[in-house]
Design a protein around this ligand. Structure first.
Ligand code: CA
Ligand code: CA
Ligand code: CA
Ligand code: CA
Length: 473
C-alpha cells in the first residue's frame, strides 16, 4: 500500500513539473544520507537536497545552472571501495607504475573521425595551488580510458553485440585536456563544474570525464532520473554531463571511471528491477551495485556469484545494459545504456555482418592440370591496434587455391576474443575479390589465378597479435 501511495505522489508531481519524465520516486530522502567521511570521499559540499517536485527530488542538485534554468541532478558522492583512503596522496611514481605494463600499447576505441557527434571528452583538472602532473601522466590516461573500453566491450559481447566508447580523439589518440582550476575549483563538484562550464566545457554532445588531481572524492557524477527508452532520454544529450574521479580512484581494476560514466549514460535507473534509491543496483557482483542507502532497507544479493564480475556491467543484463534485451523484459521498454549515443555499435557487429563463408578449402576445385605443385605456406605475424586497424600482406601464388587463416593470439585486458574480424583478398589492382567476416580463427579460401595477391586483416579494436597463415595449393 505504501508503494502505491509513493508512486501516486510522484506521478502527481511529474504531471505538474516534468511530464516527460517517467521515473517514479523512491521513498529515500537525501537528508537520510550517510554521514560525511573524508577517507571514503563522502561529503555534500556544493550540493543541495533536491526540491520536492523538482527533477532532482530524492537526490541532490548541483548548485549552478545547466543552461536550461535548472541545476544538475546527482546522487552524490560514491564512497571509495574498501582499501582506498581518499585523503592519501598518490605519488606520480605510483600512478605511472600502475600503468607501466600497458602504456606502450594502450589505445582507446577510435570511432569515426574522432570528433563528430557525441563524444566522451577527457579532462585532467588540477587546482592552481597544487602541482600540475599532466605531463607525467600522458601515457597513463589512455590506459585508464582503455579499461573503460574493456568494461563496455565485455558487456556488449556478453549480450551478443559490440559497443565502443565514442572518445574524443585526434588521429586515434585520446585527447586529454589540461585544465587549471582555481584553488577552490577542486573543493567540490559544483565549483568544478561551474569553472569548467565557464571555460566552455558545457556542450550537450559531451560527457566530460574529469580526472581531478585532488583528494576530495572517489567519484561523483551527474545523472537524470529518466527511464524512458527513446533517444530523447535526458541522459542522452539534454545537457552536458560530468563524471569526476579523483586521484585515489584513478585507473582501478574495478574502474571507477566506468562507474561514473555509466551514471552519465543514465544507469542505473531507480525503477530497474534491481535498482536502488540512489541509482545503483543490489544484484551483485556488478560494477554499479552497492548498498547505497546506508542503514536503509537496501541490502545486497549475490545473484551473479563470481567476484570478478565486480569489474563488469549489469549482472544478468537486466537492469541497465543489454545490447539485445529480450522482448518483454524491463530493458526492452526502458532506458538501456547500451543504446546511449555515446556508445558506437561498431561495424561488424553481429546484426550487420555477413556470416563467415562456409566454403571449405578443397583440393577438388583445383583445375586438373599439369603436374602437382608443392603446397606453399607462408605465415605472417603482427599486431592490430586501434591506431592501425588493418594489416595487409602480399603473397605470390600459382594458379590454384589460396587459403588464408587469421588467428588472434592475444587480446588486451578484458576485450574479448569473439570480436569480429574481416579478411579481404585483393588482386594486383587492389580490388577486393572476396571478403569474410567472423570471429577468430577466420578462414578465407578462393581459387585464384597466378599472380600477386594481398590478404588484408581488419579488426575494429583492441590490441591484438595475430598470426596469418596463407597456403597455396
Ligand atoms: Ca582546493
Ligand atoms: Ca558492486
Ligand atoms: Ca542498506
Ligand atoms: Ca542486473
Amino acid at each position: 500500500v505504501r508503494r502505491v501511495a509513493v508512486a501516486l505522489v510522484a506521478i502527481g508531481s511529474l504531471i505538474v513539473v516534468t511530464p516527460q519524465l517517467a521515473s517514479s520516486g523512491p521513498n529515500w530522502r537525501a537528508s537520510e544520507r550517510p554521514p560525511d567521511n573524508p577517507q571514503r570521499g563522502v561529503h555534500y559540499r556544493g550540493l543541495e537536497e533536491g526540491q520536492a517536485g523538482s527533477e532532482c527530488e530524492y537526490m541532490y542538485e548541483v548548485t549552478g545552472s545547466n543552461g536550461r534554468g535548472q541545476g544538475y541532478c546527482t546522487h552524490g558522492p560514491d564512497p571509495a571501495p574498501p582499501g582506498i583512503d581518499v585523503t592519501r596522496e598518490r605519488t606520480t611514481v605510483e600512478l605511472v607504475a600502475g600503468t607501466a605494463g600497458e602504456a606502450a600499447t594502450a589505445a582507446v576505441d577510435c570511432v569515426g573521425d574522432g570528433t563528430s557527434g557525441k563524444r566522451v571528452e577527457a579532462i585532467y583538472a588540477v587546482a592552481s595551488d597544487r602541482t600540475n602532473r599532466y605531463a607525467s601522466l600522458t601515457a597513463s590516461f589512455p590506459v585508464w580510458a582503455a579499461r573503460v573500453d574493456s568494461v563496455v566491450q565485455a558487456a556488449a559481447t556478453a549480450t551478443g553485440g559490440e559497443r565502443h566508447v565514442r572518445w574524443l580523439t585526434s588521429g586515434c589518440d585520446l585527447i586529454v585536456r589540461n585544465v587549471t582550476l582555481s584553488a577552490l575549483g577542486d573543493d567540490n563538484i559544483a565549483n568544478t563544474m561551474s569553472e569548467l562550464r565557464n571555460m566552455g566545457y558545457n556542450r550537450t554532445d559531451r560527457k566530460y570525464l574529469l580526472w581531478v588531481d585532488s583528494n576530495v572524492y572517489c567519484g561523483i557524477a551527474t545523472i537524470w532520473p529518466d527511464d524512458s527508452p527513446g533517444s530523447s532520454n535526458r541522459n542522452n544529450g539534454y545537457d552536458a554531463s560530468f563524471a569526476r574521479v579523483d586521484t585515489p580512484c584513478w585507473g582501478n581494476v574495478n574502474s571507477v571511471e566506468a562507474h561514473e560514466l555509466v551514471h552519465n549514460w543514465g544507469g542505473v535507473q531507480r525503477t530497474a528491477p534491481h535498482g536502488t534509491p540512489n541509482f545503483h543496483c543490489f544484484d551483485e557482483y556488478d560494477r554499479l551495485c552497492y548498498d547505497d542507502d546506508g542503514n536503509g532497507p537496501v541490502s545486497m544479493q549475490i545473484i551473479c556469484n563470481t567476484s570478478s564480475l565486480e569489474a563488469q556491467l549489469d549482472c544478468n543484463h537486466d537492469d541497465y545494459f543489454n545490447v539485445s534485451p529480450a522482448t518483454g523484459s524491463w530493458l526492452a521498454s526502458h532506458w538501456n545504456v547500451a543504446n546511449s549515443g555515446w556508445l558506437e555499435a561498431a561495424e561488424g557487429s553481429p546484426t550487420t555482418t555477413i556470416p563467415p563463408t562456409t566454403v571449405p578449402p578443397t583440393t577438388t576445385t583445383v583445375a586438373p592440370t599439369t603436374t602437382t605443385r608443392p603446397t606453399r605456406t607462408t605465415t605472417f605475424t603482427g599486431t592490430i591496434t586501434s591506431k592501425r586497424k588493418t594489416a595487409t600482406h602480399s603473397v605470390s601464388a600459382a594458379a590454384g587455391v589460396l587459403t588464408a587463416t587469421v588467428t588472434f593470439s592475444k587480446v588486451n585486458a578484458l576485450a574479448v576474443g569473439t570480436a569480429m574480424v574481416k579478411l579481404d583478398l585483393l588482386n594486383a589492382s587492389n580490388k577486393v575479390v572476396q571478403s569474410v567476416t567472423g570471429a577468430s580463427p577466420l578462414t578465407l579460401s578462393r581459387t585464384v589465378t597466378a599472380g600477386t595477391w594481398k590478404v588484408r586483416i581488419t579488426r575494429q579494436s583492441h590490441d591484438v597479435s595475430y598470426s596469418l597463415k596463407v597456403t597455396r595449393t
